[in-house]
Design a protein around this ligand. Sequence first.
Ligand code: SPD
Length: 304
Amino acid sequence: MNTQERWIGESFTPDDIWQHRVSKVLHHQQTPFQELYVVESGAYGKALVLDGRWQTCTGDEFLYHEPLVHTPFVLYGQPRRILIAGGADGGAAREALKWNDVEEILLVDIDRDAIEACRQHLPQIHQGSLDDPRVRIEAADAFDVIANTSGWDVIIADLTDPIESGPAYKLFTKEFFTHCQNALTPGGFFVNQAGSQSPPLIEPLARTAKTIASVFRDTAIATVNVPTYGSAWGFVVASDKPFEKRPDVNQVDQLLQRATSSPMRMFDGQTLLGILQSSKLVRDRIAAESLIYTLSNPPQIARH
Ligand code: SPD
């Protein structure tokens, strides 16, 4: 083996590492909040890695950002005001901007350096969304911002995993989800990236889902497959308006055709119907979970 080769290895458990070859480091920085790399990898293109965790890459980010955004948008109808917590890479904002009725997107990410690094090095992901006139960016703690705002049709929590002493763990608590509920318009939707569905790693997803279900009237899990995350991934979708878990494929396709202006690569009515059907494992694990994350008992995934 060529000893000059560089690899980024993400340790999912103390016994498992998922590795990607790095052909070039484009940016490396210790920001006030996290260690940040933007790298050129092989099969999956350019990638953002924060605190040793692969966040997003040009090769498969659409498998994450399209369902993260379009699932709550379709369930809501035609949202106008969107708040994104996190989302420094601009991928979620890019997808939101595909909807013709979107008037305003507030993107709140705690790490200004991460936003600037993504703006500079990952134009393939943001595609100009970070500089679109409908997008307002605040480098601030989303917990505080959302506690003091209202009138959002959809809130998207596009966060890093809740690792110990990382910047995101407070945003996986009942207190944060309650602020989100209060900040939504009637019938508004909340979605967050809630974690892995791999059997040894599923606990944070089950607890996050249970915590969100303790706040909102109705919830569902959307299951996505993002190859660089190493396992099936779960989003929790939530609203105080009861919503359809088996949406009509044709109606969804008609809505997308009417209300959006740019094509999607993985999302349509059939995809939405599919991703809303979670496995028995996930349903059973959430049903059996009793722990609710709070500020006094937040998630703290170990850094391996
Ligand atoms: N373990 C990886 C989870 C990454 C979630 N954040 C992705 C940010 C993409 N906009």
